[in-house]
Design a binder for this molecule. Structure first.
Ligand SMILES: *Cc1c(COP(=O)(O)O)cnc(C)c1O
Length: 374
């Protein structure tokens, strides 16, 4: 028999209460008439897709969004019936699966739109389709200046219903909104063109969390929120909604407490040397759990105080300086990401230490760390 998953002195806590509270704050902030699609790709940014989806759907979200077929099927297998938007492009072989599980296909490629239409005709139904416009991110979507082919497939389709038209911003959460506004203007031209062609997509959507917070003119009738309901802001400069707090906390217990003498080295590569007597605690998680492989940077929280990281983070462990925290003891709870006492280590702090973004930190925690819902 396996031990219970929490029998490891390092784990992730997901607060369902916080998640609900964040949704209440978003609902209060959101203009009436704007629906929400909760983007829960990559296991809801590492938070657990099924739990997060259930809370979202019972807290006002109408839609879910994922990227891979596996992600969508896991939701359907869990009994979740809500509409699911498939972000990204589909292999032709994926389309029958999408039809079987009532998934809404998104595409900017006429070929895929045609194949989806063909499948709908064969099945004597109209399958839901969202058309994606590339307004300047140069990733997915048909170029905003060249919508004719995609629109002509949609106009002549008898096996699909063109249910949505959307685009995605390359830069919505930074102070400079110039390019986001330019993308919006391009999208508006495409909406006008769609209407002129006789297309009337029910859902128009452009905003991610950054757009939702800072660009109300991008809301249309649906916003796609991923990171915000999880209590993490897309950047450090976007608007704040009071009461939104992180849902995920990463914790561990000090496995070992030891004393070093002057000249002792710590860790692989001996990247840190004690210049005097030091008390050191060992945190039993490492880059094998998704903690960034940093060295002599960052800190954890022990007894409500900062304990700086000494030397290099290894696969399974790293050392922290607890010299000034006189009462720190073996098996003390350590916060690696989250709040303890009056201090907090945010996903943005970890991202800064790693040279990355908060999204990467959230999704980076591996399944090797037990995830506990509290
Ligand atoms: C991931 C994603 C989102 C969600 O972005 P957040 O910044 O997490 O809100 C929205 N739309 C698309 C197309 C995405 O890929």
């Amino acid at each position: 028999m396996n031990p219970p998953s929490h029998l490891r002195p390092a784990w992730i806590e997901i607060s369902r209460t916080r998640l609900r509270e964040n949704w209440l704050r978003i609902a209060a902030d959101k203009p009436a008439g704007v629906s929400v699609l909760n983007v829960i790709k990559a296991n809801a940014y590492g938070h657990g897709a099924i739990e997060v989806a259930r809370v979202a759907l019972s807290s006002g979200a109408d839609w879910l969004g994922v990227v891979t077929l596996d992600e969508a099927l896991a939701l359907r297998d869990a009994g979740i019936q809500a509409p699911i938007l498939m972000i990204g492009e589909r292999l032709p072989e994926e389309l029958p699966w999408c039809a079987n599980h009532r998934l809404t296909v998104a595409t900017g490629e006429p070929d895929t739109a045609r194949a989806w239409d063909q499948l709908g005709r064969e099945r004597g139904t109209r399958l839901p389709l969202h058309l994606k416009v590339d307004t300047g991110m140069s990733r997915y979507g048909a170029r905003w200046t060249a919508m004719e082919d995609l629109f002509s497939v949609a106009i002549n389709a008898q096996g699909v219903v063109c249910d949505g038209l959307f685009t995605h911003f390359a830069q919505s959460d930074e102070s400079d909104k110039t390019f986001a506004r330019q993308q919006l203007a391009r999208f508006q031209e495409v909406v006008t063109l769609a209407h002129r062609c006789g297309l009337a997509p029910r859902w128009l959507h452009t905003a991610n969390s950054g757009g939702f917070l800072d660009l109300p003119e991008t809301h249309f009738n649906l916003v796609r929120l991923g990171i915000l309901p999880l209590g993490v802001y897309p950047s450090t400069v976007c608007r704040r909604i009071s009461g939104i707090e992180p849902v995920m906390t990463v914790k561990a217990r000090l496995s070992v407490v030891k004393t070093l003498e002057s000249g002792d080295a710590v860790g692989y590569g001996m990247r840190w040397k004690a210049e005097g007597p030091r008390r050191v605690g060992i945190v039993p998680l490492g880059y094998g759990d998704g903690f960034p492989r940093i060295r002599n940077a960052g800190w954890v929280l022990v007894r409500g105080q900062q304990a700086p990281i000494l030397g290099s983070v290894a696969m399974d462990a790293f050392a922290v300086d607890i010299t000034p925290i006189a009462d720190a003891a073996r098996w003390d709870e350590v916060v690696v990401m989250g709040a303890q006492g009056s201090l907090e280590i945010t996903a943005h702090d970890l991202a800064r230490w790693k040279g990355s973004v908060s999204y990467d930190i959230l999704t980076g925690w591996r399944s090797r760390l037990p995830r506990i819902t509290v």
